[in-house]
Design a protein around this ligand. Structure first.
Ligand code: HEC
Ligand code: HEC
Ligand code: HEC
Ligand code: HEC
Length: 171
């Protein structure tokens, strides 16, 4: 009788332990949030809101070398692409997806994810890019554009520095 009750107790304890061990695993699966706490977009000073200039400017959809403004921007991304692949002609303060829906600059990762879907998936779970914060609490993400220029995303090779002097050469 006593032994039966003891083994029932052990079984219950075992089940409880197994359950508590399973839970974090399942929680991690379900954990991918809908909203990401991201760093602010790395705008250069004074450029945003874009509408301060573009509100009353005619839209010029022609691909060309920009000269009066943004002459530092040269597109080296997606062959044959142009600004309006990402920027919205009628509202320069927001980006847009291929289906036309607008995207805030704070959520530009959704824009990138259209074409770099596997990288976006990795970014969300913290495998690509940089994520800080607590492992089971709030996390902060760096935007894709904090590291990659949207206009010229490939990293340039670093220039190697000369080798150090050998001890014999230090006098
Ligand atoms: C692949 C999508 C994409 C394309 C194509 C693109 N942009 Fe952008 N652009 C972005 C994103 C995303 C940002 C936000 C990055 C940031 O916060 O600096 C941005 C930022 C900018 C900014 C603000 C830069 C700053 O100094 O902070 C300007 C101006 C701009 N784009 C103009 C252009 C022009 C002009 C073209 C075409 C020659 C162009 N963009 C093409 C995605 C794009
Ligand atoms: C100080 C004024 C100013 C601000 C701020 C500004 N722009 Fe412009 N932008 C211009 C001018 C002027 C041109 C035309 C340049 C040319 O034709 O050589 C231009 C051209 C462009 C173009 C090329 C297409 C077109 O309509 O001519 C894009 C895309 C663009 N700007 C995006 C942006 C975005 C995105 C921002 C904000 C992040 C921004 N601009 C902020 C003045 C501005
Ligand atoms: C419309 C599709 C499209 C969108 C949107 C797009 N990209 Fe790209 N991206 C491409 C293509 C195509 C290439 C490869 C061809 C090239 O380098 O021109 C590329 C290349 C790259 C590369 C270089 C990959 C390598 O091999 O080193 C990086 C990094 C990158 N994109 C980041 C971004 C970021 C960040 C964004 C969002 C601001 C973005 N892309 C948005 C199509 C896109
Ligand atoms: C903390 C910086 C950082 C952030 C944030 C970041 N990346 Fe990257 N990314 C890198 C580095 C570093 C590489 C490797 C570059 C190399 O090997 O030349 C890379 C490589 C890439 C490549 C080319 C290689 C591949 O795996 O296909 C693409 C495309 C890319 N990133 C897109 C993105 C997109 C899209 C986002 C946002 C969802 C993003 N990155 C966020 C740093 C970052």
């Amino acid at each position: 009788m006593k032994a039966a009750r003891l083994s029932a107790l052990a079984l219950a304890a075992g089940l409880l332990l197994a359950f508590s061990m399973c839970r974090p695993v399942r929680a991690a699966d379900e954990e991918i949030p809908k909203h990401f706490f991201v760093a602010p977009p790395p705008f250069s000073e004074g450029i945003f809101p874009c509408s301060q200039c573009h509100k009353d400017m005619p839209v010029n959809p022609k691909p060309r070398k920009l000269e009066q403004m943004h002459d530092n921007i040269q597109l080296h991304h997606m062959p044959n692409g142009w600004c309006f692949e990402c920027h919205t002609p009628r509202d320069r303060d927001v980006l847009h997806l291929a289906n036309g829906s607008t995207v805030k600059f704070e959520e530009s990762y959704n824009l990138c994810g259209q074409c770099h879907g596997t990288v976006l998936r990795d970014w969300k779970v913290g495998l690509h890019g940089k994520r800080t914060g607590s492992w089971n609490g709030d996390k902060q993400y760096m935007l894709c554009v904090s590291c990659h220029s949207p206009h010229d995303p490939v990293f340039k090779p670093l220039k190697p520095l000369p080798p150090p002097l050998a001890p014999a050469e230090i006098k």
